[in-house]
Design a protein around this ligand. Structure first.
Ligand code: GLP
Length: 260
């Protein structure tokens, strides 16, 4: 995988938004996989600035979700569908009809998971999937010991993830216990994976992902199996990487036009 160490979140946002803009220029009808969490916000802001400046035309772009809570009432402001409408679709000026996601309120949840897999396939597969990372190494909501071949399914959150996400709710009790998430096998089918991490709190998970063994204990380590995976981290999140000088030298010697 390619590891890019950037100065800060703003530089991360600019670099990754440029990669998304390049994709859209090459393939205007691309399917862009987005992630929730605080980490990707600078990417969405930088991309929205490019749209506002007329540098990027998202008129044919399709956007899809990585994961979703189960059981929140439709329209709940912390359902990932609503979060992504607020943070991605509205600033980019993309309508609901171009937005794919699993139905976390479905009565038949396994059916909703299978339907979402089918929707992604029918849309031609994900072109670029943004990923954050949990402090326990999860991607999407694939918690430790998730099958590396898993497809979209229902998962139970670990206590650690519920505590991490409690800041978005009025306390831990409100955080759902169950979720729907694209599986690791599903995520690995995207054509380009871009994992983002910032801050020292992610340093251990980043080092295990990039330099540790491929293991279901660290779901993000499955990115080592992908032919085009890019990990973009700030200095704090990179601090436990053993080969950081090598990653910096490699990226510095790349032609600027090549992107990630
Ligand atoms: C949640 C999401 C993940 C995200 C993670 C990290 O658990 N399901 O997709 O990567 O949060 O969030 P943050 O970027 O806020 O640290």
């Amino acid at each position: 995988m390619e590891v890019v160490i950037v100065a800060d979140a703003a530089a991360q946002g600019e670099l990754v938004a440029s990669a998304v803009a390049d994709l859209i220029a090459r393939k205007p009808e691309a399917l862009f996989g987005v992630a929730t969490g605080s980490t990707p916000l600078p990417v969405y802001q930088a991309l929205a600035a490019k749209v506002a400046a007329g540098q990027v035309d998202v008129g044919r772009l399709k956007v899809c979700q990585l994961d979703e809570y189960v059981g929140l009432p439709a329209g709940h402001p912390e359902s990932y569908r609503e979060v992504l409408k607020r943070e991605v679709l509205a600033p980019l000026g993309i309508g609901d009809s171009a937005f794919l996601g699993p139905d976390g309120g479905a009565e038949d949840l396994p059916g909703a998971c299978a339907a979402y897999e089918q929707q992604l396939a029918d849309a031609g597969g994900v072109d670029l999937q943004l990923l954050g990372i949990g402090t326990d190494g999860h991607i999407g909501f694939n918690e430790p010991v998730s099958s590396l071949a898993s497809r979209t399914r229902i998962k139970t959150l670990t206590e650690r993830t519920r505590v991490d996400n409690a800041r978005f709710f009025n306390g831990l009790d409100e955080v759902p216990r169950h979720v729907i998430t694209q599986g690791i096998g599903t995520i690995l089918q995207a054509r380009h994976l871009v994992l983002l991490a910032t801050g020292a709190g992610k340093a251990e998970a980043v080092a295990a992902t990039v330099e540790g063994p491929v293991s279901s204990m660290v779901p993000a380590s499955a990115l080592q199996l992908h032919p085009h995976a890019t990990v973009v981290v700030d200095e704090a999140a990179a601090q436990q990487l053993k080969l950081s000088d090598y990653y910096k030298a490699t990226f510095a010697s790349k032609p600027a036009w090549q992107g990630i």
